[in-house]
Design a protein around this ligand. Structure first.
Ligand SMILES: O=P(O)(O)O[C@H]1O[C@H](CO)[C@@H](O)[C@H]1O
Ligand SMILES: O=c1cc[nH]c(=O)[nH]1
Length: 235
């Protein structure tokens, strides 16, 4: 079924096998403008900008996903099932839940806890642990080490709410060692697992629920470059 309802690409192969997925489509454009050679835009439906280009001789795509699990659920499903994408690497911003996870630190989600009901569709006889691809995770950690970039790897929280009713609920996740909160990784990991594809989520800490420090929206769009540079090496 191509083009799909949300991606206006008529042929397989136009989208590369490896794709970077920021929530913000303008972050996708920033990556295409600043890192990719011969970048060609493949999607503009709903302004969810997507591009394919070359990075260090390898084809790679980058596309926004929007915010939240329903949104990344749609895009990742279409990319995997209709366009044959194999490696999906979310690059996003997150809120720190731990004192030692500082603003602008990089967090990699080895696994993602969630308050979402996304897993209900699979009718499992228990709870499911959304988990990153080991191959992508290992590669990302190796790249970070080579570049001298410190990363914190562990469990993250994918939440359905940015403005939750209980301002203290994050502390219950924090006491279980969860590093940071964002809103998409768990659905991405589940869609990838169900389809036999590979997924990873690399995050930059944009704000801290512990200290209340925060970065500007411009910084979030343009200057979280270390996570981009790690992700680009995974093609
Ligand atoms: O910066 P992105 O990738 O959008 O990620 C985070 O930022 C958004 C909330 O501001 C949510 O999508 C959350 O997951
Ligand atoms: O989902 C998010 C992203 C950044 N900061 C948060 O507190 N939550």
């Amino acid at each position: 079924m191509i083009p799909t309802p949300h991606i206006n690409v008529k042929e397989k192969g136009i989208i590369a096998e490896t794709i970077l997925l920021p929530g913000d489509p303008l972050r996708a454009k920033f990556i295409a403008d600043n890192y990719l050679e011969n970048a060609v835009q493949f999607n503009e439906v709903r302004n969810m900008l997507g591009f394919t280009g070359i990075y260090k001789g390898k084809r790679i795509s980058v596309m926004g996903t929007g915010m939240g699990m329903p949104s990344i659920g749609i895009y990742s499903y279409e990319l995997i099932h209709f366009y044959g994408v194999k490696n999906l690497i979310r690059i996003g911003s997150c809120g720190s839940l731990q004192e030692n996870v500082k603003i602008r630190d990089i967090v990699i989600g080895m696994s993602s806890s969630t308050d979402s009901n996304f897993a209900q569709q699979y009718n499992l006889p228990g709870t499911y642990a959304p988990t990153a691809s080991w191959e992508l995770l290992k590669k990302a950690v190796d790249v970070a080490e080579r570049k001298g970039i410190e990363v914190k790897v562990g469990n993250i929280l994918s939440s359905d709410v940015f403005y939750g009713d209980d301002p203290e609920s994050w502390k219950k996740w924090a006491k279980m060692g969860v590093l940071a909160v964002e809103m998409e990784a768990a659905a991405l990991y589940m869609n990838a697992a169900r389809a036999g594809a590979n997924a990873l989520c690399i995050l930059t800490v944009s704000d801290s629920l512990v200290t209340h420090e925060a970065t500007s929206s411009e910084e979030r769009q343009k200057s979280f470059t270390q996570m981009m540079e790690i992700a680009l090496e995974l093609a």
